[in-house]
Design a protein around this ligand. Structure first.
Ligand SMILES: Cc1cc2nc3c(=O)[nH]c(=O)nc-3n(C[C@H](O)[C@H](O)[C@H](O)COP(=O)(O)OP(=O)(O)OC[C@H]3O[C@@H](n4cnc5c(N)ncnc54)[C@H](O)[C@@H]3O)c2cc1C
Length: 392
């Protein structure tokens, strides 16, 4: 298993590291405090070409989903600077990749022109009444009327609502109860008057994602805004890729907390010993555990990325689920330990540890959540070993 970074994309990794430290990190606290979309950071990523990362090379991109190891390592670096920005970038880059993968040549060209023009694409599947992780039978419906689709419904957890230029809506087309035939993607311009923010994002974590509720009333779009066919949004070679990127993003909170608290502990001295608190055995134990958890998370992500590249998305699904589970749990644990090391100061809003902890906490519920990841891993095992299956 080769986990090294492809030299072809080393430049992107180095630039991500620089941008994260110099530009994203200094603004991360502000976006969290103000619960504001990271506009300035996103504009910089657009200028630097990071919103075109997953476009094919022949239409102006770096085709990074063909090098998933580089893709996740770049996301991880960016997340160390700002978890919100990295998460939203991953959403945009992944939905761009899906639309390009599923679209006709004309649709691919349209999506590429949108992205090359510096526009942002969001992906809105979540609904209040149905689980997008489990049953996936959605209430938002698109009806074909002449040469248009007319969409009605309401979405929740709509990251970048009111900020993105295009919304990719997950909708039911037709009445087939089998979502593998009816669940579809519709790419809609966000400035259609039928969209209204309905439910202000007021969360304790990932505040900069501005994941408002969105009411959709008679939004009509040309029929060729339907990308792909029924069932595509939940294809096993499509949706799991979201989970791979989230693993890298949310582990970024843990990595940032680890790096910050190590520096803090090296410099924190107390009377009468007057030595760095890293000299104390209980602190050393926590540092050792954090380091191992971080490496464990990263290795699982790199293994999943390697599996994706080598065997394809279907084969990589359990590995991606295992990576998401490990990374999210590791990040929550690391950020918790970082606060223990810093002691009472770890709770202060003057320091970033409580923010990292909240962001890592969101990683546990971000789909696929830890329970869904375990379910996928267990089912893959049981399906490969029919003797484990039975009727309870
Ligand atoms: C910060 C953030 C940003 C997000 N942004 C977006 C976005 O931009 N676009 C988007 O589409 N979504 C987004 N999501 C939303 C996400 O897709 C979910 O819709 C949202 O998290 C609610 O789903 P849930 O599973 O967490 O909760 P619920 O659907 O309310 O489920 C509650 C609990 O029941 C469990 N459960 C439900 N059904 C079953 C079942 N059949 N079997 C076993 N367990 C079950 C769930 O696992 C969960 O633990 C975002 C989420 C977060 C946290």
């Amino acid at each position: 298993m080769d986990l090294t970074l492809n030299p072809k994309n080393q430049d992107l990794f180095e630039r991500a590291k620089k941008i994260a430290g110099e530009s994203l990190a200094p603004r991360a606290e502000m976006y969290d405090r103000e619960a504001r979309f990271p506009r300035e950071s996103f504009d910089m990523l657009i200028r630097e070409g990071f919103t075109s990362l997953t476009l094919p090379e022949k239409i102006g991109g770096r085709e990074l989903y063909s090098d998933p190891t580089a893709y996740v390592m770049i996301l991880h670096e960016l997340a160390k600077g700002c978890v919100n920005t990295a998460m939203l970038l991953h959403m945009h880059n992944s939905i761009t990749h899906f639309l390009i993968t599923l679209g006709t040549p004309a649709q691919q060209e349209r999506v590429a022109a949108i992205v090359r023009g510096g526009k942002i694409i969001a992906s809105h599947g979540g609904e209040a009444g149905t689980s997008t992780q489990w049953n996936r039978r959605l209430d938002t419906r698109a009806e074909r009327i002449g040469d248009k689709y007319v969409i009605n419904g309401r979405k929740v957890f709509c990251s970048m609502a009111g900020e993105a230029d295009y919304y990719t809506l997950w909708v039911q087309v037709g009445d087939d109860p089998d979502v593998r035939k009816s669940l579809s993607f519709l790419l809609c311009p966000a400035d259609h008057p039928g969209f209204t923010i309905d439910g202000q994002w007021n969360s304790y974590a990932m505040r900069g994602t501005v994941s408002h509720g969105l009411r959709i009333e008679n939004v009509d779009v040309p029929a060729d805004c339907l990308i792909g066919k029924g069932g595509d949004p939940i294809r096993v070679d499509i949706t799991p890729k979201f989970g791979l990127g989230y693993s890298a993003v949310y582990l970024g909170a843990g990595a940032a907390a680890y790096e910050w608290v190590l520096d803090y502990a090296r410099n924190r001295k107390l009377k009468p010993d007057n030595v760095p608190i890293t000299s104390y055995q209980p602190i050393q134990r926590l540092i050792g555990e954090m380091k191992i958890e971080l490496e464990k998370g990263l290795l699982m992500i790199q293994r999943a990325a390697w599996t994706l590249k080598t065997f394809g998305a279907e084969e990589a699904f359990p590995a991606i689920s295992a990576a998401k589970f490990t990374a999210a749990e590791a990040s929550a644990s690391i950020t918790d330990k970082a606060i223990k090391i810093a002691g009472g100061s770890g709770l202060l809003r003057d320091y970033p540890l409580e923010r990292y902890h909240r962001e890592a906490r969101a990683g546990l519920v971000m789909p696929p959540n830890s329970e869904k990841c375990l379910d996928t891993v267990a089912k893959s095992l049981i399906e490969a070993n029919p003797v484990m299956a039975g009727t309870p």
